[in-house]
Design a protein around this ligand. Sequence first.
Ligand SMILES: Nc1ncnc2c1ncn2[C@@H]1O[C@H](COP(=O)(O)OP(=O)(O)OP(=O)(O)O)[C@@H](O)[C@H]1O
Ligand SMILES: [Mg+2]
Length: 364
Amino acid sequence: MIVKSIELKNYRNYDSLLAEFAPGTNLIYGDNAQGKTNLLEAVFECATGSSHRGSRERELIRFDEEEAHIRLVLERGGVPSRIDLHLRKNKSRGVAIDGVPLQKISELLGRLNVIFFSPEDLRIIKNSPQERRRFLNIELCQLDALYTLRLVLYNKALEQRNALLKDPKDRKERAALLDVWDEKLSEYGEPILEDRAAFIRELGEIIRPIHRELTENKEDLALRYAPGADPGRMAEQLFLGRDQDIHFGSTSIGPHRDELEFYINGKDVKRFGSQGQQRTTALSLKLAEIELVKKKIHDTPVLLLDDVLSELDAGRQERLLAGLDKTQTLITCTGLDEFVSRSRGVDKKFRIVEGKIAEEKLYE
Ligand SMILES: Nc1ncnc2c1ncn2[C@@H]1O[C@H](COP(=O)(O)OP(=O)(O)OP(=O)(O)O)[C@@H](O)[C@H]1O
Ligand SMILES: [Mg+2]
C-alpha cells in the first residue's frame, strides 16, 4: 500500500501543507526543528489513531489554534481511500473514512499499515519494559482489531482494580468487588497473553536468519516472551497475589507486566550485550517486523524512517534499505550527505523549512 498524499491544517508547526508522495523512496530533509518528525507523526496518526510520541491532543494542535485537520489519501490494491482526522482541544477526535464518520477510533486500525523507525527504537533493548510492550501493542493493534478492543477493556479494568486496591473499603465488600475485576482482567488479559506469545514466536523465527546475516553468522538471536501471568491461571494468580497487591496498591499479575527478552548465543542482550550488539539487535527487530507485517497483510506496509540512517553505519544502512524495493518509504534526515554514496534511488525529494514543504528536482 502507499500514501498518495497528506494534507495538514494547523497540525503542530504547520498552518497548511500538502505533500504528494511517490510510491518508492521519498526523501524529506531540512534543518532541526523544521517539522520533519511532525510530518511523519501525522502519517502515523492516520494509521494508529495516536501519536508515536504518545502526545496529547492539545499538543498536536498548532499553538493558539483550536483544532487541527489531517487528510491522508492512501492506495491499497489500486483502490484509493481517504482518512480524515479532526482534532479538537477539548473534545474527542473525529475520524472519517471516505467521508463516513467512524464510531470508534479503533475502527481505523488496519486500514493503513505503517512501521515507524526512529533513533529511539534503536534503544529499545535497554529502555524500560514498557517500551517493549508498546512495541508489541503498536504492531498487534494494527494487525488485529480484536486485540485492540481487549487491550482497551483490559486497561480500563486494570485502572478500576488498582483504584479499588487503594480504597480502604471494608474487607468483605472489597473482596466481592475484587472477585469481579479479577474475572474481567483474566477474561481480557489471557487472550492478550496468547496473542503476544504467538506474535513473538513468529517474530522469533523471522529474526533469527536476519540477525545471522547482519552479524556474518556470528550471532544466534532468540526472542523470549516472559509473560506477566500464566494463561489459564490468571484469575487464580490474581487471587493469590491479592493481599500483596492491596499492600502495594497496584496489580502485580497480568500482561501489563510482560517482558520481551533478547538472547544472543544464550546470553541476555540487555544485561550482557555491548552497545553495538544492542543496536544491531534493535535493527534486526525492525527488519523482522517489516517481514512479519508483509506476511500478515499480504501487502507492503509504509515505512517511516525518522532520522535513523545517520545512526547506522554504511553496511547497516544498506541492509535496511535493501529489499525495500516495493515498499514505500518516507525518510527524513538533516543533510543529504547520507545519500551521496548510496546506490538506491530516491524517487522524490522534499525540503522542509519552518513548516513549509517544497519538492525539489532530484538532480541539479
Ligand atoms: N502544537 C504545536 N504548535 C506549533 N509548533 C509546534 C507544536 N508542536 C511542536 N511544534 C514545533 O514544531 C517544530 C518542529 O518539530 P519537529 O520535531 O518536526 O522537527 P524536526 O524537523 O524533526 O527536527 P529534528 O531534526 O531536530 O528532529 C519544533 O520546533 C516544535 O517546537
Ligand atoms: Mg525530528
